[in-house]
Write a protein that binds this ligand. Sequence first.
Ligand code: NAD
Length: 697
Amino acid sequence: MTAQVRYDVTDGVALIRISNPPVNALSQAIRQGLIDAFEKADADDDIGAIVLMADGKTFPAGADVREFGRPRAAPILSDVCARIEACTKPVLAAIHGHALGGGFELALACHYRIALHDATMGLPEVNLGVLPGGGGTQRVPRIVGANAALEMMVTGKPISADKAAAMGLIEKVIHKNLERAALASARNMIAQSTPPRPTCDRREGFDDPIQFSEAIKSWRARVAGNFVPSLRCIVDCVEAALLLPFEAGIALERQCFDDCETGPQATALRHAFFAERRAAKVPELEGAQLRDVSTIGVVGAGTMGVGIAISCLDAGFPVTLVERDDDGLTRGIARIKDNYEKSVGKGRIDQSTANDRLSRLNGTTDMGRLSDVDLVIEAVFEDETVKRDVFQHLDKVLRPGAILATNTSYLDIDALAATISRPEDVVGYHFFSPAHIMKLLEIVVGEKTHRDVVATGFALAKKLRKVPVRAGVADGFIGNRVLAAYRLAADFMLEDGASPAQIDAAMRAYGFPLGPYQVLDMAGLDISWARRKRLAATRDPDDRYVAIGDRMCEEGWFGQKSGRGYYVHGHGLGPVENQDALAIVEDERRKKNITPRHFEADEIQQRCLNAMANEGARLLQEGVALRPSDIDVVLLYGYGFPRFRGGPMMAADQRGLLAVKNALLSYQPEEPKFWAPSPLFDELIKNGRHFSDLNGD
Ligand code: NAD
């Protein structure tokens, strides 16, 4: 036995407890300890039943993250599960907290299960590009059939204790004192000579083999073509549960697990998992004192202000929303109410929750009402003069120590901070639209921003359930800078012969939910137009400039909101290419004497990806991004970069940095400045390093 697996005996019941805080992850020491403990209990004639529980806040919530992607030291989880299942005495799992992944598989190997009422259970392995590898694919369908088993494993969504009981995955929901209930059940089993009930021998899920096979067929069709191969493996393994002997099914599951775990998708998904955790660690946290944030002000009740206010209300904060006039305020508040009405209508929240949230909202046109708030998030027009006025007003009104955050997309936060008396309290909180839904929050640290203000931003992000990433001051910070490079690469191809639909299709085929022109149509072409106009004065006249977007905006084609953009919208047939936009494209080609050429999807993808990785490398060199994985997190959570590709920097590592640099060099004659490889490529290549070597852990 090991220190992390405890063994006690009461009234002929062996109580085996896992103790590996914080989440009782199933490390090698735990696995070995469990085998030893079950051997001991099984061999002891004085033991009549065995209970498996965990200390602390949860039943094991999964594998040990330190073992992800590495060969597991013996015994592996499926050996532990096999040993538990083979016990000659009844084994009861008593679940609390979150029995997830390997934790739930451990429980499934027990003969009986009870759970505390607020426990959840699930098999979320698919989120890391793998599949249950401890027998889950074989045991769940034996109990609940193919459809419910696949729902659990393909979606990876956890289920509640009540649902698990209704499905037959657990025998009973316990409302209090789990240990007492578990020991009572075990004593009962001894008294009634309840036999062991190995899940591998159960067949309830196979009662209707035709229904089982139909479910397999329908889920196979659902996952066909998905980029993540473990989804298809899950369906194959569940099918094998019906068709093959248990041991053969387990062998298939192991083979699939090993194949998927070493594949590029699982590698990228693991990277995304660790990248998100790493992004929360920033140098400013050291020695910082968190400022108290109990009340929040939001200035501007437009698209972003409304979303930010909802996000803060959802997290339990009182919010004072300030608009410049009554009409704007009424519109903003109506949108917030509408959001909550819809949430109630869809059953996401109940009416009393909606009422509570709305009761914490105060609307006003008087900035003076912000005098006692702890933090203000400004989301007024993207206009330097308007923002400066608002900041100067806030400077007069806010209490000392209050934080002034701006949601600007591009403007210079240092310049804004310099116009007020307390630049150390100024920070950028760059939310993404819709702000109450999108997870990303870029925390933009200005030259003078105090570390306490940065640390408070990261703490607030956690309360708002956002994924925070630190960015330095730069035009567009991390995300919009990379996005601009992506769009420019696409625009060059558009002018050189590709069509918007062709470029969009290529990027969807790579895994983006939408291509760059679909996104432009959705977000509004006028936003990037405003940026181009702002930068016009400082643009190098020798740089290649693609004027197609400007000409479309001059026609009033702003995308979905105006019915026309790169596509024509609103005729009920889905987006159709805008022929008039294509005529502008052709006209621009003529003006520049460009003979259009053909682009294969692969070239479109490579050019866009190489542009993004190159811009990411520049951001690293400029110190705007702390680490390559932070850039990945921004693109994954804010811009729809496919998670199974890991982000643009990870994807560049997977393509090989030399190949990326050579591709950039090959495009460079077309546009010397834009395609010039960042010197970081050479630095890394000559030392045999990758972007991932700069992530610092
Ligand atoms: P918007 O035009 O929808 O809303 C701006 C609101 O600010 C308007 O309701 C306006 O009446 C109000 N306002 C203007 N001056 C004011 C003042 N002095 N006092 C109080 N209210 C005032 O704009 P938006 O899309 O919500 O963008 C707001 C900010 O967020 C901008 O800086 C923008 O760059 C940034 N941003 C926008 C997005 C996006 O996708 N829309 C994403 C991230 C960041």
